[in-house]
Design a protein around this ligand. Structure first.
Ligand code: HEM
Length: 105
């Protein structure tokens, strides 16, 4: 099934109260998410992570992100991200395609 970036952008509306992405993205309630895939947990400069997230020892790839976003507290117990999760695999795939557009710079 093809990933749908524009559907992913609609799904991103669930994240943007707390996260920014793209040029000039800043840390808000949560860290900016540029270059997420390939990034280690807790790696954004100047963002004050919980020790749970900081110490999770995860490198974000598509598989681990899919597990996390389904149930953040299950994947990273103690995370301060208050988000129920996205349960639908297709929605996660589309959101992933959206996020992958934004590299480190
Ligand atoms: C952390 C993604 C929704 C608040 C994170 C991290 C990811 C992420 C990947 C870990 C970042 C890292 O290790 O550098 C998302 C996505 C969302 C979403 C894709 C929407 C589908 C939200 C919402 C909130 C939120 C709605 C606020 C209500 C946070 C906070 C952290 C975080 C506070 C830091 C956690 C900690 O240090 O324990 N998010 N998030 N996120 N997110 Fe979200």
């Amino acid at each position: 099934q093809a990933q749908d970036v524009s559907a992913g952008e609609r799904s991103w509306n669930k994240c943007r109260a707390c996260h920014q992405i793209g040029e000039g993205a800043k840390n808000l309630v949560g860290p900016q998410l540029n270059g997420l895939f390939g990034r280690h947990t807790g790696a954004v400069e100047g963002y004050s992570y919980s020790s749970a997230n900081k110490g999770a020892n995860i490198t974000w790839d598509e598989a681990v992100f899919a597990e996390y976003i389904k149930d953040p507290k299950a994947k990273i117990p103690g995370t301060k991200m208050v988000f129920a999760g996205i349960k639908n695999d297709k929605e996660i795939a589309d959101l992933t395609a959206f996020l992958k557009q934004f590299g480190k710079d």
